[in-house]
Write a protein that binds this ligand. Structure first.
Ligand code: C2E
Ligand code: CA
Ligand code: CA
Length: 535
């Protein structure tokens, strides 16, 4: 069935969608990949920053414990010298100091202590003797962590680790603000941040990736964060290449869709299949006339393809394709059903009238056609004994034994089976004898040659004689002149078909002819069709 405009639009839209699917899929996958990459880098950054803080605080703790063991407890010259050495030897230490029992600074490793500073709430570490606090200086922007070790005899020693030593060097990302790193003390106090001065910056803005690590040894955590916009920027090249690749795939898909739509459209088998489904293959009926009585003997169904624009395509243009593609089976069923529906009532009332269908060799290689005939005509007004099935002699039957079984099964139903185009094909007379058919149709070629070529007369006479002996009915095809009619009748050939009587007719014309010529159930004396001429 040819698809409507809407169908093609829908198909085109579907195709486009399919074509863009790879692009969208690759793009999604890339975004996902890039985000995962960025997240894992952020996780790595937070972990390594935390590692650095822990290492610094570990170093300070070791120094304090070492000094405690040296019993540095008063601000004497010896104690100061030890503390200076320790500050010098321990890289991140800015200051060591001795505190009294009420945590007032007695002295630093410089000596006197005069600076004003404030401390955050002190947090005890797991060792109990150690505590951690944040220190702000009165007139300097830096901050530091103070690690304090309680001494057994009262008082304590403290070490200051400056904020700068606690975070890694600012990378380019942190300098340009695309990534932020922050160190906080439990309780929320910010110890250090990158970029500098971003302590108060929000870390939970929308559209950003974040990673947080908390230390198991110190009450400290690290937050790392970056905006999604800057991620896209960083992975621009990967995204670009990926999208380019996806575009190429999409382009190919589009080209394929573009090519396949017209190809589908031009594929004749697809077209024919649609035509069959769409009811464009219709039966025409060519009357067969009884030369003895002049009455209508029946009709042969001949396929026509009526296109939606009204054009009528003859069977030579699509039957070979239908046979090659196997569509012929469907087509034959469609024609049989349609003929049954169109002619059922008329035929039901005229049980003597026959209807013939053309089958091809493939129909005789299995029992499908028997089942089809049963299914289509069983219980219909058209009786099986009104049905004639023709098979052409032009192309050979593949399996004669099988063909004979199929023919026998059709005959068992009551159908007649005939051989078409007799004299043109492969079978020869042996065919007729082996297959056990009920009728033969003498090809137009011999009918045409009547009166001009002597052998033609001989062939027809021989066939007529043979048929008489075998009790087979003879039909002459392609009868175009009254001379031919006369000759055939003289040779006792009873049935003829040809333009001299009627061409293949549309269903309505054949129905009208039947109604006019053949009274239902032959109630009244039949009107001979060619009474004057034929006598
Ligand atoms: P066919 O079965 O031998 O059908 C007779 C053909 O001769 C028909 O051609 C008919 O129109 C044409 N014809 C009838 N009387 C005359 C006449 O007096 N003079 C001339 N010149 N031609 C006449 P059509 O309808 O074109 O069919 C051609 C062939 O296509 C058929 O030959 C048949 O082999 C095949 N065909 C038609 N319908 C079907 C079908 O439903 N199934 C199969 N398998 N084949 C079909
Ligand atoms: Ca035929
Ligand atoms: Ca024929």
């Amino acid at each position: 069935m040819p698809k409507s405009g809407k169908w093609w639009i829908a198909a085109g839209a579907g195709g486009l969608l399919l074509a863009f699917a790879p692009f969208l899929a690759v793009d999604q996958a890339l975004r996902f990949y890039v985000e995962r990459q960025a997240q894992s880098r952020l996780d790595g950054l937070a972990s390594s920053a935390l590692g650095l803080v822990e290492m610094r605080l570990e170093q300070a703790t070791t120094t304090l414990v070492d000094l405690g063991a040296m019993r540095v407890d008063q601000c004497g010259p010896e104690a100061l010298a030890s503390m200076r050495r320790a500050v010098f030897a321990t890289n991140p230490l800015k200051e060591l100091s001795i505190l009294d029992a009420s945590r007032r600074t007695l002295c630093t490793h410089f000596g006197i202590f005069a600076e004003e500073r404030t401390l955050s709430r002190e947090l005890n570490l797991s060792s109990r003797r150690l505590s951690l606090a944040m220190v702000r200086f009165r007139d300097r922007p830096e901050r530091a962590l103070q690690l304090r070790l309680e001494r057994a005899g009262g008082g304590s020693i403290a070490a200051l680790v400056p904020d700068d030593a606690l975070l890694p060097e600012a990378s380019q990302e942190e300098t340009n603000g695309s990534r932020r790193l922050r160190l906080t003390l439990d309780g929320g106090e910010v110890i250090a941040a990158r970029p500098d001065g971003e302590e108060g910056g929000s870390f939970d803005e929308e559209g950003s990736l974040a990673a947080r690590r908390h230390s198991e040894r110190f009450p400290i955590s690290v937050d790392a964060e970056r905006g999604r916009g800057t991620i896209a920027e960083e992975y621009r090249d990967i995204l670009l290449i990926g999208r380019l690749g996806a575009s190429v795939v999409t382009a190919f898909a589009l080209i394929f869709v573009g090519l396949s739509i017209p190809r589908e459209r031009n594929d004749p088998a697809v077209e024919l299949k649609r035509a069959i489904a769409n009811g464009e293959i219709i039966p025409f009926y060519q009357p067969l006339v009884d030369l003895k009585t002049g009455q209508i003997h029946g009709a042969e169904v001949l396929a026509r393809w009526r296109r939606p624009d009204g054009a009528l395509i003859p069977p030579v243009r699509f039957i070979p394709l239908a046979e090659e593609s196997g569509l012929i089976y469907d087509m034959t069923r469609v024609l049989m059903r349609r003929a049954r529906d169109e002619m059922g009532a008329l035929y039901g009332a005229r049980p003597r009238i026959k209807i013939g269908f053309n089958l091809f060799a493939g129909h005789f290689s299995d029992g499908r056609i028997v089942a089809d005939v049963k299914e289509i005509f069983g219980g219909s007004p058209i009786a099986f004994d009104q049905i004639v099935l023709e098979v052409t002699e032009r192309s050979p039957l593949a399996d004669l034994a099988e063909a004979r079984q199929v023919i026998a099964a059709l005959q068992a139903l009551g159908c007649q089976v005939g051989i078409d185009d007799v004299g043109t094909g492969h079978g020869g007379l042996s065919y007729l004898l082996k297959l056990g058919v009920d009728l033969i149709k003498i090809d137009k070629m011999f009918v045409d040659a009547l009166g001009t070529e002597r052998y033609s007369q001989t062939i027809i006479e021989t066939l007529a004689e043979l048929a008489r002996n075998m009790k087979i009915e003879v039909v002459a095809e392609g009868v175009e002149t009254f001379e031919q009619v006369e000759y055939l009748r003289a040779k006792d050939i009873r049935i003829a078909q040809g333009y001299v009587f009627a061409p293949p007719l549309p269903g309505s014309s054949y129905a009208a002819l039947l109604e006019a010529m053949e009274k239902p159930r032959s109630a009244i004396v039949p009107t001979p069709l060619f009474a004057q001429r034929a006598s």
